[in-house]
Write a protein of this length. Structure first.
Length: 283
């Protein structure tokens, strides 16, 4: 039985193609180009998550890519993988730096102030399908090898970016009260996650019923409040296990507010599928 070949990222395989074509779509992406090492691209990258989940550091901030999430990543930002699920799958659109000088793509510079600090946009199912329809058009143009390939790809890229900006703007323009609730929830979570893991605590701080609070958070962020509580605890745990090898698992459990190491280990295994010590060994 033949062993599986090691995965090689398409950005590492086809640098000349990126340079020649200017705009390239890569499917079946399952990793960062540099694996476990920090990656800094000189190109503009759009990452469309199809399934699974990847945790990473975007410069000095924790970030992620998952199903129906689009990340718009400008050149010269550092990406460092923390963890990735086995089923993670994404499509990348790579835009060579010189293409950004095209007048049709000035929208990219207009997007910079919104996307550079926070590159991710969480799409609905309908929005995701619309974006993927445009991507399929880009694939088809490449397959048919049109003589004006770069010009046509540029036009479709512009349309995709305008569509994405419309989706992001619509989310930012949702009712202010709802936006305020989810924003305060994230702030409260950072302060209180060690002591409080129940949704009702955060709903009470927002002066809302637990049911309405949960509905607002889900509408605003695409995930339930319970998901964000688990996500934040696990994210902090992963960062400590990855970065603080001077701390024992027991010490990390104490820092995260768990009474016993065994309780923390069960919680971490339930959310990630592995024990904290096994996660640390893989880093």
């Amino acid at each position: 039985m033949k062993s599986a070949l090691p995965y090689t990222h398409p950005m590492n395989l086809y640098p000349q193609r990126i340079k020649e074509e200017g705009i390239v779509v890569f499917d079946d992406v399952r990793e960062l180009p540099s694996g476990d090492e920090p990656f800094v691209s000189s190109d503009y990258v759009i990452c469309i998550g199809h399934r699974g989940h990847i945790e990473l550091m975007y410069d000095d901030n924790s970030d992620y890519s998952e199903q129906h999430t689009v990340a718009v990543i400008f050149p010269n930002h550092s990406l460092h993988k923390i963890s990735v699920t086995d089923d993670y799958l994404a499509t990348l659109i790579i835009v060579e730096a010189s293409v950004l000088n095209d007048p049709m793509l000035q929208i990219i510079n207009q997007m910079r102030y919104r996307y550079e600090p926070h590159p991710n946009v969480k799409l609905t199912g309908h929005e995701y399908r619309m974006i993927m329809n445009v991507v399929e058009g880009m694939r088809e143009i490449t397959r048919l090898k049109f003589p004006d390939l770069r010009m046509l790809m540029t036009r479709l890229l512009e349309f995709l970016l305008r569509l994405l900006s419309q989706y992001r703007t619509s989310k930012l323009n949702e009712p202010y009260v709802d936006k305020q609730v989810s924003t305060r929830f994230q702030n409260d979570l950072v302060q209180h996650f060690r002591e409080h893991r129940d949704v009702s605590f955060y709903a009470e701080k927002a002066c809302l019923s637990t049911k309405h609070f949960s509905t607002v958070v889900k509408q605003q962020t695409g995930h339930t409040a319970a998901y964000w509580i688990r996500h934040h605890i696990v994210k902090e745990a992963k960062l400590l296990l990855h970065m603080r090898h001077d701390l024992s698992v027991q010490a990390i459990a104490d820092m995260l507010g768990f009474d016993e190491q065994a309780t923390f280990s069960r919680y971490f295994r339930r959310e990630t599928g592995m024990a904290p010590s096994d996660f640390r060994k893989r880093q």
